[in-house]
Ligand binder design. Structure first.
Ligand code: ADP
Length: 183
């Protein structure tokens, strides 16, 4: 199975859930920038204070900051990994390409989880995280469309992209993902 992976897709598509399952079953390092940032907020660190309001609004935190977080985790990790929630715009994708070249590593596959807006909003509203109220959700979807969705073409051009239908049960989607990582 491919060992160096990106999960891409709108908020609510189930990236976190699927990434966690796959990483656990295949011994990959799961790097979720959202989880790492939330942990900083919870811990009340300086960084947490810096990002709290930005996250609550649904905007993206600064590229330099998330890149520093990713760098510190990948630098000393030579085995498989799964990035979830990063990169989120073209500048981050280009910074990641440079970082990986420096570390002599490369992305092996990008999994795009696809789901329509109605289902996304429904899932996010039922999750009830503090940034999951309807107004912020709509804004996060807008940020996704404007800033993150261009990465789909970027990774398609690099022949790394595979799409997976993200409607269905957690198990079903998990099986679809495993199937596209095999060859
Ligand atoms: P979701 O997939 O539901 O949008 P995440 O946990 O991935 O949730 O992200 C939650 C919030 O954390 C984002 O709205 C954003 O403010 C911040 N964030 C996470 N990853 C990044 C990133 N790579 N760049 C900038 N901001 C990020």
């Amino acid at each position: 199975m491919k060992q160096r992976l990106l999960f891409l897709g709108p908020p609510g598509a189930g990236k976190g859930t699927q990434a966690q399952r796959l990483a656990a079953s295949h011994g990959l390092l799961h790097l979720s920038t959202g989880d790492l940032l939330r942990a900083e907020v919870q811990a009340g660190s300086d960084l947490g204070h810096q990002v709290e309001a930005v996250m609550a609004s649904g905007e993206l935190v600064s590229d330099d900051l998330v890149l520093a977080i990713v760098r510190s985790r990948l630098e000393h990790h030579n085995q498989g990994w799964l990035l979830d929630g990063f990169p989120r715009n073209l500048a981050q994708a280009e910074a990641l390409d440079r970082l990986l070249a420096e570390l002599d590593q490369r992305i092996e596959r990008v999994v795009l989880l696809e789901l329509d807006d109605g289902l996304l909003i429904q899932r996010l509203l039922s999750r009830g995280r503090s940034d999951d109220n309807e107004q912020v959700i709509r804004h996060r979807l807008e940020v996704y469309r404007q800033q993150t969705a261009p990465l789909i073409a970027h990774y398609r051009d690099l022949a790394l992209l595979v799409s997976v239908d993200a409607a269905g049960s957690v198990e079903e989607i998990g099986e679809r993902i495993k199937a596209v990582l095999l060859d």
